[in-house]
Design a protein around this ligand. Structure first.
Ligand code: PGA
Length: 270
């Protein structure tokens, strides 16, 4: 089994003005210095307006943190008022883009087709997706979790458009498994059951497309209290954190606890 360095994504959603971003980054810089042994991949998904400030901070501080956007449009350029292209995100210093978050699907009508076109478009610029998938509570209670996830994955990878292949390898992709009912609710699924879902996701992508095996993160009400239970499961390669990432202290505590649980698990298994 491949051992991945754990990955922690802060999804700030629609939070933080430039001043608030500066305050956050200043605190994050201090917290990072206190964790010199940190070997995790840390990703900050900032709103568009804060991306260049975060990029400038990362450049100046040399912090080993990657930058992600929370959305993108799939066209290269043109008359699309209010939209942002993959090339613009690339130029600003993004490495990742969150695609298909359930809030975008639910509140902004983003379809599986849009998700596929966005993944294709960012791939052409060398950006990597953090592809979000997840089932509703109703679907879960009806025993349809895997059917729903498999359908979302297949459509995001263009299975219904076989003549329109995805560019590049999928081994650097991140899939975020986020049960919709767990997002922002304080409720989480059982960690060992979640690990089984992660194995199926990774196995499905690996076998179906033969372009590598992506990492699979868990997302939904991750906190300092529950991070260790998730990170001691080998198929959970990291977490996508919303609410708890808005406090740098809390986010970096989650990283510290999560990385510790992950390392202890590796030692136990060796
Ligand atoms: P949450 O959000 O941690 O606040 O539940 C997670 C997400 O939506 O990515």
């Amino acid at each position: 089994m491949t051992a991945y360095p754990p990955c922690f994504v802060a999804n700030w959603k629609m939070h933080f003005t430039l001043k608030e971003t500066e305050d956050y980054l200043q605190a994050a810089g201090i917290l990072l210095e206190r964790q010199p042994e940190c070997s995790s991949e840390i990703i900050l998904a900032a709103p568009y307006t804060a991306l260049s400030s975060v990029a400038a901070f990362l450049k100046a501080s040399g912090a080993k943190i990657s930058l992600a956007a929370q959305n993108v449009y799939f066209e290269e350029e043109g008359a699309y008022t209010g939209e942002i292209s993959p090339r613009m995100l690339c130029e600003i210093g993004c490495r990742y883009v969150i695609i298909g978050h359930s809030e975008r699907r639910r509140l902004f009508g983003e379809t599986d087709g849009d998700v596929f076109r966005k993944i294709q478009a960012i791939g052409r610029e060398g950006l990597l997706p953090i592809l979000c998938i997840g089932e509703s509570l109703e679907e879960r209670l009806a025993g349809k979790t895997w059917t729903v996830l498999k359908d979302q994955l297949a459509k995001a990878c263009g299975d219904n458009l076989p003549n329109d292949p995805l560019p590049g390898s999928m081994s650097n992709w991140i899939i975020a498994y986020e049960p919709i009912w767990a997002i922002g609710s304080g409720r989480t699924p059982n960690a060992s059951e979640t690990a089984i879902v992660h194995e199926r996701i990774q196995g499905f992508i690996g076998k179906q497309y033969k372009k590598g095996r992506p990492r699979v993160l868990y997302g939904g009400s991750v906190s300092e209290k529950n991070i260790e239970s998730f990170m001691k499961e080998a198929p959970i390669h990291g977490v996508l954190v919303g609410g708890a990432s808005l406090s740098p202290e809390s986010f970096f505590k989650i990283i510290e606890l999560g990385e510790g649980a992950h390392k202890r698990h590796l030692v136990d298994c060796s």
